[in-house]
Design a protein around this ligand. Structure first.
Ligand code: S3P
Length: 166
């Protein structure tokens, strides 16, 4: 199971709850990247640039998706941008997109200092990036709008859809 979605849509929280419900391991792609590079995502962006981060992201995603099928994988919001990554996800997992309104995303990320793409004018950057990525998450098998849902409700929705497909 692969969770995709813009920053602040709840992938981390939902992936934790989902992995507990399913009894599967939870893997966070950003954490894997930090382990591979032995530094924080923000330092990779600052010292090596976004292109290097994206290369590590594809490597981490491939390693995770080609090795462990009983896992809930939380991806970073930009993991969907490369065709190669989208293909990896579709061929090796059930892809679930989490969506949320710009207002709720801004409320969740505005005080965050760990996301390099949102530093400075977080609200402006969320709006600009969301516009750029408007259709980027549409390739998922299932989409959930989490704006007015609790994390538990989101998990239940995903599990119901997953069970229907089994
Ligand atoms: C990014 C999202 C981040 C992280 C990196 C880039 C993006 O992950 O991968 O800062 O391009 O949207 P989260 O979606 O978990 O914040």
């Amino acid at each position: 199971m692969v969770l995709i979605g813009f920053m602040g849509t709840g992938k981390s929280t939902v992936s934790k709850l989902l992995s507990e419900e399913l009894g599967w391991t939870r893997i966070d792609v950003d954490e894997e990247i930090e382990r591979m590079a032995n530094k924080r995502v923000s330092d990779i962006f600052a010292e090596d640039g976004e292109a290097e981060f994206r290369a590590l992201e594809t490597r981490a995603l491939a390693e995770i998706l080609l090795s462990d099928s009983s896992a809930v994988v939380a991806t970073g919001g930009g993991a969907v941008l490369k065709e190669e990554n989208r293909r990896l996800m579709l061929e090796n997992g059930h892809v679930v997109a989490l969506k949320a309104s710009p207002e709720s995303i801004i409320a969740r990320v505005k005080t965050d200092t760990s996301r390099p793409l949102l530093q400075g004018d977080a609200a402006g950057k969320v709006k600009e990036l969301m516009e750029k990525r408007k259709q980027a998450y549409d390739f998922a098998h299932v989409t959930v709008d989490t704006t007015n849902m609790t994390a538990d409700e989101v998990v239940q929705f995903i599990l119901d859809r997953w069970n229907q497909g089994q």
